[in-house]
Design a protein. Sequence first.
Length: 270
Amino acid sequence: MVEEIQIGNQLNSEPVLSAENINFSYDNGYKVFENINIEAGKGKVIAIIGPSGIGKSTLLRILGGFLKPDSGDVKLMGRKLNMPIPEVALIHQSIVTFPWMTAEDNVKLAMKTKRMTGDQIEEKAKESLARVGLDGFEELYPKEMSGGMRQRVAIARAFAADPYVFLMDEPFAHLDELTAEGLRQDIYNILFSGETPLKSVILVSHNLTEVLELSDEIYILNGIPASVVGKVNVTMKRPRNPRNDEFNANLDMLYNYLTPPRKREEVKKK
């Protein structure tokens, strides 16, 4: 049974990306997911949390069309998604930039398959870098950038493909906390600036402070096989202060969900 908790006033929206009754097993027969249902609405940041090893990154790859579920459907704007497409961009937890390319050249990679002139590609790359605060840094190589700058390049590259959905897998995991906090403060305004076709973001993270700071809705996975055991609608006013009493009360509630996963049979015996 899924428990839905509302923090503040809930605002409904139609799903941009949805997972419907997803079941998935590894090749060795180990069942990872059972009847997963997730919806990402327009203008929403959706977080997926759960104990370590529960399969959060695997679910993100199913949502992106990189893995095929045993049963169930992933739909983008109501249409089945069966393979990776440019409209759904995956940003890895590892900061992926090519060391032999400048920041601008890294971003241009996202447009190689598009029917654009060289001038159009260059203009789009510069616009994407400016959107994430890297105007004037186009000619820097990754070795000349900080970790936060390299992650911004990766986000700019994803923006340049004009996706409808961002899938973000631990996007700040390899940054120091000070850099990560600064980037988190910027990220929501960057994502939904109104200057791109981006409609929704799905975030996987172990950092619950990060999740509560960024998310509009939080899906909680637990159990073996994993299913959605809770959904939290977060409507605290932005910007959110992690030192606020309300914030910390909600943080404690999320931690209570993340008990170590147990097999369904073990839960039934109790």
